[in-house]
Design a protein around this ligand. Structure first.
Ligand code: FAD
Ligand code: MG
Length: 350
């Protein structure tokens, strides 16, 4: 049982509702946290066949809000009380006896950095701060980018059960590409352990599903159409696991008619110049799905295909390219992807 610290619950619980969808009845709650909207959608039936009362649902959502606020306190680069904020702003600094969960996210980030050959970089905080995409830019100078790149280096960070230490005062950790997927997994594990028969959580671009429906039908996840974000490009059906989406169409600013998005190529220090406009990754681990969607965007279509063929990481992906193609990796069966928009054509990955 997670210990409740009321003062930690800074997260807002927004409208609760009961929804019917294809004969299934769901309890829905939207929670605000991590600068985004987080949706909890649960079957109104518990695994023992009883109905989940409004009061019970509210208890479950309070616990979810606690988990979200806790992770924000650990992993945010924006919240002054967060452990990562502290280490980022503290000069050459150190945290003694660091939180075990934070360590496990750092380990997952380090592992992903290795496996993607640096396309994923959890120490590019100096670059994300410099580009300030959420704040609307402006485009930094080449000199400032070169300077920030000098401080983007995971060998400046050392972590163990005893400490997290930084040898370069200007190196900054950014877990924005992995923390939401980690949180989606923690929420799913919590809800599944509480006797809910099935449901899903959506932490903005990271979605996790759990349990199985009475008719064993899959969960159908709509993938946003990057060229018209009010629409859907297609649907991916899954029975379990996590889907994370990264794209250039959601967080960006424009200057002199050019778009600058939030996914940075650690090799150049600039927004990744990718032939991908959106990539959805399906994996059985939330952190892997999240970190990988960010990485594949940087790696592009060929890099994704190479990583997939190497078998180094277990995942499937749906890529939407600049050219209007939707590319599916081999493990996605034809019946599991449904095209929803005839401006796209679908093909299998090379
Ligand atoms: P993803 O594609 O999953 O990841 C992109 C994000 O990962 C980027 O925004 C950047 O943070 C990072 N990134 C970029 N390139 C790379 C790369 N090559 N390798 C690794 N990481 C990369 N935003 C605010 O404006 N204000 C807040 O107060 C705030 N608080 C937050 C607290 C938490 C705990 C978290 C997780 C996020 C918060 N954010 C906040 C949002 C954050 O700054 C990112 O914009 C957000 O995480 C992007 O997630 P995504 O799933 O859309 O994109
Ligand atoms: Mg991601």
């Amino acid at each position: 049982m997670i210990k409740r610290i009321v003062s930690l619950i800074v997260t807002l619980l927004l409208a609760f509702s009961l929804t019917s969808c294809g004969g299934e009845e769901y309890l829905d709650q939207v929670i605000y946290g991590m600068d985004t909207y987080i949706t909890v959608r649960l079957s109104s039936e518990a695994s023992d066949g009883s109905k989940i009362s409004e009061e019970r649902f509210s208890e479950l959502c309070d616990e979810c809000a606690y988990i979200i606020a806790k992770n924000e306190r650990l992993m945010s680069s924006h919240d002054e009380d967060a452990q990562i904020y502290g280490i980022n702003s503290g000069g050459v600094s150190m945290i003694l006896s660091p939180n075990k969960e934070l360590l496990s996210v750092l380990r997952a980030a380090e592992d992903m950095e290795e496996k993607t050959d640096g396309a994923f970089s959890y120490t590019l905080g100096a670059l994300t701060e410099l580009w300030n995409v959420s704040g609307g830019g402006p485009v930094p100078s080449d000199e400032a980018i070169a300077e920030a790149l000098l401080h983007t280096n995971s060998s400046s960070v050392e972590f163990s059960e005893e400490k997290i230490a930084k040898s370069d005062a200007d190196c900054k950790i950014d877990l924005g590409g992995i923390a939401k997927g980690h949180t989606a997994q923690e929420l799913v594990e919590y809800l599944a352990s509480e006797g809910v028969s099935y449901g899903l959580v959506s932490v903005s671009s990271s979605i996790g599903v759990f349990g199985s429906k009475d008719d064993a039908s899959p969960f159908k996840v709509g993938l946003t159409d990057p060229s018209d974000t009010s629409g859907v490009a297609g649907y991916l059906s899954i029975h379990s696991g996590f889907i994370s989406v990264s794209g250039s169409y959601e967080r960006y600013f424009e200057e002199n008619g050019q778009r600058y998005h939030h996914i940075i190529d650690p090799a150049t220090g600039c927004p990744a110049d990718s032939d991908i406009v959106s990539v959805a990754v399906w994996a059985n681990n939330g952190s892997v799905a999240d970190a990988l969607s960010t990485s594949l965007f940087v790696m592009g279509v060929d890099g994704t295909s190479e990583l997939y063929r190497s078998g180094e990481i277990d995942f499937e992906a749906v890529i939407i390219t600049e050219g209007g193609e939707i590319i599916l990796t081999d493990g996605i069966a034809e019946e599991d992807f449904e095209l929803a928009n005839d401006k796209y054509t679908v093909r299998k990955s090379n």
